[in-house]
Every structure is written in C-alpha cells, then in structure tokens.
Design a protein around this ligand. Structure first.
Ligand SMILES: Nc1ncnc2c1ncn2[C@@H]1O[C@H](COP(=O)(O)OP(=O)(O)O)[C@@H](O)[C@H]1O
Ligand SMILES: [Mg+2]
Length: 595
C-alpha cells in the first residue's frame, strides 16, 4: 500500500531547511524582537532571487505536478483492489502494473528535478545573498565592525542567510506544495464519496486549530532557546578570546561553570520546546486515528450500500492520511517562518548598517598627489556621541614636509589619522589633498595616496610575503627584499624558518612587536604613497626596539609628506615642525631644541 512516503521529501525539506536551521542560527545574539513581517522579508530579499525567477517558476510547476502523480499512484492501488483482487481477475493486472511503473518512474523523475532544482536555485540564492551581505560588511567602518562580536557577525553571514533562503524559497515551495496536496487530495475525496469526505474533512479545521495553539507555544519556547544560545556564544567568545588571562588567573573552572550555566539555560528552554512538540504529535495522531476509525465505520456502511467500492474505500483512507500531513505541515511552517524571520531581521540589520563613508558618483581618480595636506577648520564627533573631539582644527602641510603631531592621550590624534584616510568624514570643515576635498576623490585613489601606519601594526594571517604584497600587489620577491633591505627588515625575514613564506599567525602573533612594525613599515615603503601618517608606530615597544625602528621610520618619512604622531623627542627633532592637539584644536609649537 502506498504510504505516501514519496510525498515526504519535499515537505520535509521545506521544514528542515527552515525549522532545522533556525535552531542553529541561535548561535548569534538575538534580542527579543517582534518578528519581521513576511512581506517585508520578501521585499528585501526577492531581488536576490529575481535572476533565477524562471527556474523558480519551473520548480514551482514541478512542485504542483508532484501531488498529482502521487494521487495517481494511490489511484492505481484502488484499481488493483477493485479490478483484480475483488473479482479475482488477473487480466487487467499487467496493464495496471505497467501504468504504475510509468507513474512511479514519472514521479521519480519529477521528484529528482524538484529536489535538484530547489537545491540549485537555493544554493545560488544563498551564495549571492551571502556575498552581498559580506560585501556590505567590507564597507562598514572598521570600528563598527570591531564593536560587534565577530562570531555574531559571521553567524549572520552564514546561518542567518540560510534561514532567509528557508523563508523566501524553500518556505514558499513547501507551502505551495502543501496547499496543492490539500486541494488535490480533498478534491479526490469529494469525488470518491462526498458524505465520507465531509466526515473526514471535519477533522481538518480541528487539526488546524490544534496546530496553531501548539505552535504558538513551541514558538515561544524556541525563541527563548535561541535567545539563550546567544548568551552561550558570548560567554565562549569572551573567555576563549582571553584564554591567556583566564589561565593566568586560574579562572578555567569558573569559566567552564559559567559556560555550563548558560548551557543549562538553553537545555531547559530546549526541553520545554521538546515537551510541547512531543505532546503535540501523539495528540494529533490520536485525533487522526479517531477520524480514520469514523471514516472506516461509515465507509463500511457505504460499501454495503454500494455507494463506494472496497478499493475506493481503501484509496479514500490513504488519501485521508495523505491529507493530514500537509495540513499539519502548514501549521509547522508558520512556526518555522516565525523563527526564521528573526534571522532575516539580523541579516537586514547588517544590510542597513550605514557604510562608513560614501563615494560620490562623480568622484575623481586623483592620480599621484604631490602631497599637500590641508585640515581646514575640522570639527568631528564620533557617530552617536556629542563630544566634539575636534573643534575647529586646522593644519597645513606642504608637500614633502614632516610634521610631528603631539598631544595627550585621548585628545584625538588617531582621529585625525582616521579622517585623513576617510574612515570618517568631518562634521564641518574639510580635509584636502593637493587642494581637493577628500570627499571628491574616489576612496581607492585616496587610499593609494595616503598610507597610515598604526600603533598596532596591522598584520594579516598569512605569510610574510602576503603581508608585504598588500603594499604593492604583484611585486616580485626581489622587489620585496629590496624594500626590506631599505628598512632593515631583511635580517629578521632571512632568519625566519621559511623566509618570505613564513606564516605569521593570527594578527602576526608569531612575530615580535618590533618585527611586526618593521614589516608594516616595509609594506608602507612598498606602497610608496606620497602622504604618510604614522600613528605612534613605536609606542608600546621597548626602548631598544624603538631606537631600532627610528631609522626605518625616518627613511620612510623622507621624500614624502609625513604626519608623525609621536611622543619620541628624537622623532620630533627631525620633524620640520611640531604641532600640538589640545581641546580639539591644532597649535603650532616651538621646535624641540637641543636634539
Ligand atoms: N569609535 C569611537 N567612538 C567613540 N569615541 C571614540 C572612538 N574612537 C575614539 N573615541 C574617543 O575619541 C577620543 C579621541 O580618541 P583618539 O583619537 O584615539 O585619541 P588619541 O589618539 O589622541 O589618544 C577619545 O576620547 C576616545 O575615547
Ligand atoms: Mg591614538
């Protein structure tokens, strides 16, 4: 007897995609927020699906055909009973068998096409959307990314994007196929015997009602579980991120206990959800059984009355069982969509993050600047704060000049560096390069002309070569080593186990602070930008290393415009001028004497 197993894959897939993923996407932090309206989700994400609309159409068409084939399969079973078994006549069997084989084969082809097409479109959609979200993140201010927990941000790019697919594509397909199945099977029921059909169908709204009630409770419970998982990854990230501190202070057990406590919270929420879910299934099964018994009773009566054949009744019962699962599924889908919409919201939040700065459509491709820098009456407060870090700061640096910039901690020296490479834009006033407002220049051109060297040398995971190549993509090894010789980095690179191929580890952990900085200086030299901003590149390093780096820094500053943020009196000594930042303004200082 066909049990309708063939009907499972599509609907189950729809469900696991949405429901299953939604449990995983808990890895991120989810604030308790009202679910996003489904229409809004479609408005935001349909553009990612649009290129595949033709294939989506084909897929939906196939999804509509699948229930028809299933119904035909069951119908063959009716024919076997009525035309072969009951009359004990073998003759029609060959025809029926042939037809059944044909139908099953067609069903196989259709379900393959359905499955594969859904995956084909779904995976492409996910790839496109993921790329779009990631691309958006690349344009966000470095600080706004650093403020976020990397784990959470990545969860949005990975699992949450999957959940969006679960709504926009798989969810729709599953809903559509459930509805088709209901319509087709209900239609056949009525065709077979409308009285029996009414009896059987009365159970359906009842099931709906139950499904709604239960799913609301499952929803609440799973939302709680998801919220608590956010806490779990937060705890994990905090303590794994500061493993050295945790171990040095014997906090391992305490951290494990904290982790376990968070885990227990998730466990109880998951258990609550599982209880509701587990209760739901047998109750519904019982109702189905009751309905089936009722139909069997009334059906037997209808058979004796001659209103329906035995085969008809058996097929009827099969159709009824086929009918309940899509009804149940629709209820489940509502729950899944609800939890997946929280994921969609998290993706939308990323897409709505303001880019740090925007490029004008008609921005200039500056070419190589001569190197004049003007800071003209700049005021600046960080987004979301009132405090004016810069308040009418002005400075003019001639091409080739070296200016030392001094000022107490937190006065805003690094902020000036950020404005020069346009990580932010000033509130009022302007930053100009060779007389051109940096806002009128393409970001690429600006950053080709201005190189910043930060206190914490920026080193990427990868080899020494990879890091140097960031300065000049495509440079040959001998060019790299020439630059290294000039800054004095050649000695330590040669001493590394694999030379240029040595992998430096996360943030260059395998190098000493001085080596990281030398690498960064060499990279800046390779970059060869006409304007250089050095933001306390040697602070925090010990004295001998600092002294060691002086010469490379000086060499780098020579021949270009350099703004040297520093506390090193020697460096102030080589500068053409010293400018102090106090209370948001830049004031010329007397040159440092005696050096
Ligand atoms: N991303 C940020 N958001 C808000 N405030 C910030 C941010 N970065 C720095 N600040 C604040 O701006 C002030 C100036 O910072 P910074 O330019 O780093 O100072 P300096 O380099 O002179 O020590 C500090 O008070 C700091 O707390
Ligand atoms: Mg600073």
């Amino acid at each position: 007897m066909p049990t309708g197993e063939s009907s499972r894959p599509r609907s189950e897939r729809g469900r696991t995609r949405v429901g299953g993923r939604s449990r995983e996407d808990t890895a991120g932090l989810v604030a308790v927020a009202p679910a996003l309206r489904v229409r809004e989700i479609f408005r935001r994400f349909w553009p990612d699906a649009r290129p595949y609309r033709r294939w989506i159409g084909v897929g939906l068409l196939i999804a509509l055909l699948v229930p028809l084939v299933e119904a035909a399969e069951i119908w063959m079973f009716k024919l076997v009973v009525d035309d072969v078994l009951v009359p004990r006549d073998l003759e029609p069997l060959a025809m029926i068998a042939l037809a059944t084989v044909g139908i099953v084969a067609t069903g196989g082809v259709l379900s393959f096409a359905d499955e594969y097409l859904a995956a084909w479109v779904g995976e492409r959609f996910v790839l496109d959307l993921r790329t779009r979200v990631y691309g958006h993140l690349q344009r966000a201010t470095p600080e706004s990314l650093e403020d976020r927990r990397a784990g959470d941000t990545l969860t949005r790019v990975t699992h949450d994007v999957d959940s969006v697919e679960g709504i926009v594509l798989s969810g729709v397909a599953a809903a559509l196929s459930a509805v088709t199945r209901i319509v087709v099977f209900a239609g056949i029921l009525v065709y077979l015997d409308w009285v029996l059909a009414v009896v059987a169908l009365v159970a359906a709204p009842f099931l709906w009602f139950l499904a709604e009630r239960f799913s609301r409770r499952i929803r609440r419970a799973s939302r709680e579980a998801r919220r608590r998982s956010g806490g779990l990854s937060a705890v994990g990230e905090e303590s794994l991120g500061s493993a050295a501190l945790v171990q040095a202070y014997n906090r391992e057990d305490a951290e494990v206990a904290r982790f376990r406590r968070e885990g227990e919270g998730i466990m109880s929420a998951e258990l609550a959800a599982a209880r509701v879910r587990a209760l739901f299934t047998p109750v519904v099964d019982l109702i189905e059984l009751g309905a089936a018994l009722l139909v069997i009773g009334m059906g037997t009566w209808a058979v004796t009355e001659g209103r329906i054949t035995v085969g008809g009744l058996l097929a009827f019962l099969t159709y009824v069982t086929q009918l309940y699962s899509p009804v149940r599924e629709l209820g489940g889908l509502v729950t899944s969509v609800y939890s997946a919409s929280a994921a969609a919201e998290r993706v939308i939040e990323v897409l709505d993050m303001d880019p740090a700065v925007t490029e004008r459509p008609d921005a200039l491709h500056l070419g190589r600047a001569r190197g004049g820098v003007v800071i003209d009456g700049v005021t600046f407060a960080y987004p979301g704060t009132d405090r004016r870090i810069l308040d009418g700061a002005s400075l003019e640096v001639a091409p080739g000049e070296t200016v030392a910039l001094v000022g107490g901690n937190g006065q805003g020296k690094s902020t000036i560096a950020k404005l020069l490479v346009r990580f932010h834009d000033p509130g009022s006033g302007a930053v100009r390069i060779d007389g051109v407002d940096v806002r009128d220049v393409t970001l690429e051109a600006l950053r080709e002309n201005v190189t910043v060297l930060l206190q914490e040398a920026l080193i990427m995971h990868g080899s020494v070569r990879d890091n140097l190549l960031l300065g000049r993509p495509g440079a040959t090894d001998s060019e790299l080593m020439d630059a290294a010789r000039e800054t004095g980095a050649d000695a330590f690179i040669a001493a590394l186990p694999d030379g240029l191929d040595t992998v430096v580890g996360q943030r260059g952990r395998r190098l000493s602070g001085g080596q990281r900085q030398l690498l960064a200086i060499t990279r800046a030299l390779l970059r060869d930008a006409p304007i250089l901003v050095l933001d306390e590149p040697t602070t925090g390093l010990d004295r001998s290393v600092r002294e060691h780096l002086r010469e490379p820094v000086r060499r780098l500053a020579r021949e270009r415009t350099a703004i040297l943020i520093t506390h090193d009196p020697v460096a102030m000594g080589w500068a053409d001028r010293v400018v102090a930042l106090t209370d948001g303004r830049l004031v010329e200082q007397a040159p440092v004497a005696g050096i």
